[in-house]
Design a protein around this ligand. Structure first.
Ligand code: HEC
Ligand code: HEC
Ligand code: HEC
Ligand code: HEC
Ligand code: HEC
Length: 409
């Protein structure tokens, strides 16, 4: 950290002295590098940009892009520790020259694309850091992994042009392309303002050796469902331009975003349930009841839930309490995407998913659930609670909506 602050100070001094008129690229592109310092010379870290784009940097810092290995460490660890050495086909491929790196790039191509320039030796150090951080919370390992993120340079240079166009070094591509910077050239390119730019990473991926990796499937859902149903907004419209979200990129972990994504509309009507052919005067043959309709409206640009934790689900939960607070009725419905391996086994980690079954909430659609709740005879007043929750994984769940209705009989 200190070293980087020092680096920025040096940079500023150099700028003042007119020594630097372009980013400090001293390592030849195409050559593989052996350390994080060399890698950062090729792909300047966000802290370098922060000295002039402080506001954007602060936003980026709260986004998941700024911790794209640390935040995904559990499954990346399980891949490196278990899948690569123990899966016979994978470990055979990993033993070939360049093979270990190729297997790891199946995650890092999106989680830390800079590692494309890493040597096999450096890649093994990164892998060891993943293990040391996950198993022992090793601080040296953490320092390394903190520097391997979806940085400014990744988006504004490395991934900023539509392949096969190649970015030029030290050019920052943006949607405006105006202004002069002593540090870098500025060029306009519409691609970075388009959904396809985000879809490079936010979708199913085919590795160079042909293995499909399903981490996120947002791109497919966006294009084949949201757009197909008439949706016109881009990823940037909702995730950046709306409400000046800028570079904070809110998603699942921001409850306001979840509230915006899942609309809830509840209609309830009291009913008295009589036993067939019972006389209306016979109170022993009647039960208080309710018909309930719940509309869940997906306002996002893709299915909900999505994401790489294949445990994620949206839970609709209805609970009816009597006057004493005792549960007298329950209703429940869950929405999720199932990942399967080739053999039809349900799987929960990205590198095993090869086929999909979709029970999620589709975009631009209203999903309607109806319930007929029958309560015990003596109940005169019911409190009906309707909850919508977003469950990510064990121990992590967000309450998105909670509504209450009082029913009197
Ligand atoms: C995940 C990709 C991504 C990352 C990471 C990213 N940006 Fe951006 N940035 C964009 C996109 C997309 C736009 C255009 C937004 C639009 O069209 O509304 C943009 C716009 C900008 C702009 C011009 C608009 C403005 O807000 O002034 C600047 C400057 C900028 N980014 C700097 C940075 C800096 C500095 C960082 C790192 C701290 C960074 N970006 C990280 C994708 C990214
Ligand atoms: C020495 C100061 C300085 C540094 C360091 C710097 N920039 Fe800039 N950048 C500018 C200036 C000045 C502009 C011109 C536009 C403006 O005034 O905001 C600009 C413009 C941009 C734009 C806007 C492009 C557009 O089309 O709107 C992007 C994107 C950008 N910079 C990204 C970066 C990234 C990424 C880094 C770090 C690798 C970085 N900048 C480092 C000063 C700097
Ligand atoms: C270089 C690959 C890459 C690009 C390009 C990229 N992202 Fe991401 N994005 C990631 C990764 C990796 C994560 C997950 C990090 C984590 O959780 O560990 C992420 C996380 C996110 C999240 C948070 C997800 C959550 O679960 O809450 C949102 C929202 C997001 N990105 C939106 C965008 C948008 C919009 C764009 C285009 C402007 C974009 N991203 C471009 C790789 C990328
Ligand atoms: C119409 C607005 C809208 C559009 C268009 C849109 N999103 Fe979203 N996105 C949302 C909302 C709202 C949420 C929060 C609900 C949720 O978690 O699914 C969200 C959630 C996400 C998440 C976290 C999802 C999860 O379940 O882990 C990611 C990542 C994401 N969006 C990326 C994208 C990308 C990439 C695109 C373009 C291909 C895109 N979004 C287009 C509104 C939108
Ligand atoms: C094509 C790009 C891509 C590849 C390849 C990829 N990921 Fe991801 N990963 C993402 C994006 C984008 C997100 C954020 C998506 C979201 O939360 O919806 C993400 C999120 C995650 C998360 C966090 C999930 C969450 O909901 O917060 C984990 C864990 C993860 N990835 C592990 C892996 C592992 C392990 C691999 C390799 C086997 C891998 N990923 C390969 C793009 C990718």
């Amino acid at each position: 950290m200190q070293r980087r602050t020092f680096g920025i100070m040096l940079l500023l001094i150099a700028l003042l002295l007119g020594q630097v008129n372009s980013a400090p690229v001293s390592v030849e592109k195409g050559k593989l590098v052996d350390s994080i310092d060399e890698l950062e010379r090729l792909y300047p870290p966000a802290e370098v940009c922060a000295s002039c784009h402080g506001d954007v940097y602060e936003q980026w810092k709260v986004s998941m892009h700024s911790r794209s290995i640390l935040h995904s460490i559990d499954i990346i660890y399980s891949y490196i520790k278990n899948a690569v050495p123990n899966d016979p086909e994978r470990s055979a491929r990993a033993k070939k020259p360049g093979g270990y790196k190729a297997e790891l790039m199946k995650c890092f191509v999106c989680h830390a694309p800079q590692l494309e320039q890493a040597s096999e030796k450096f890649m093994r150090e990164v892998a060891q850091a993943v293990i040391d951080y996950y198993e022992k919370k090793d601080s040296k390992a953490k320092n390394l992994l903190e520097r391997l993120t979806v940085t400014c340079y990744v988006c504004h240079n490395m991934k900023a042009l539509h392949p096969p166009e190649r970015p030029e070094p030290n050019v920052m591509y943006g949607t405006k392309g105006k202004g002069q910077s002593p540090f870098h050239a500025v060029k306009r390119h519409p691609y970075i303002g388009n959904s396809n730019f985000c879809m490079q990473c936010h979708g199913a991926y085919l590795a160079p050796d042909g293995e499909p990796i399903f981490c996120s499937t947002i791109a497919q859902s966006y294009r084949d469902h949201y757009v197909a149903m008439g949706g016109q907004l881009s990823c940037q419209d909702c995730h950046m331009r709306a409400k000046n979200r800028g570079h904070t990129f809110p998603g699942t972990y921001v409850v306001d975003m979840l509230k915006e994504g899942i609309g809830l509309n509840v209609q309830v009507r009291n009913v008295i349930e009589y036993k067939p052919f019972a006389p209306l005067t016979d109170y022993t043959k009647r039960n208080p009841a309710a018909v309930i309709t719940v509309d869940l409206i997906n306002n996002a640009g893709h299915r909900i839930p999505d994401g790489c934790y294949w445990t994620s689900k949206v839970i609709l939960e209805l609970v009816a309490l009597d006057e004493k607070g005792k549960v007298v009725w329950k209703g429940n419905k869950e929405y999720f995407e199932i990942g399967l391996d080739w053999y039809g086994n349900r799987r929960f980690v990205s590198y095993e998913i090869k086929d999909l079954v979709d029970f999620s909430l589709p975009p631009r659609e209203v999903t309607t659930e109806r319930f007929y709740a029958i309560f015990p005879q003596d109940v005169r007043k019911v409190e009906l609670i309707i909850r919508v929750k977003y469950y990510v994984k064990s121990g992590m769940e967000f309450l998105v909506h909670e509504e209450k209705r009082i029913l009197e009989y």
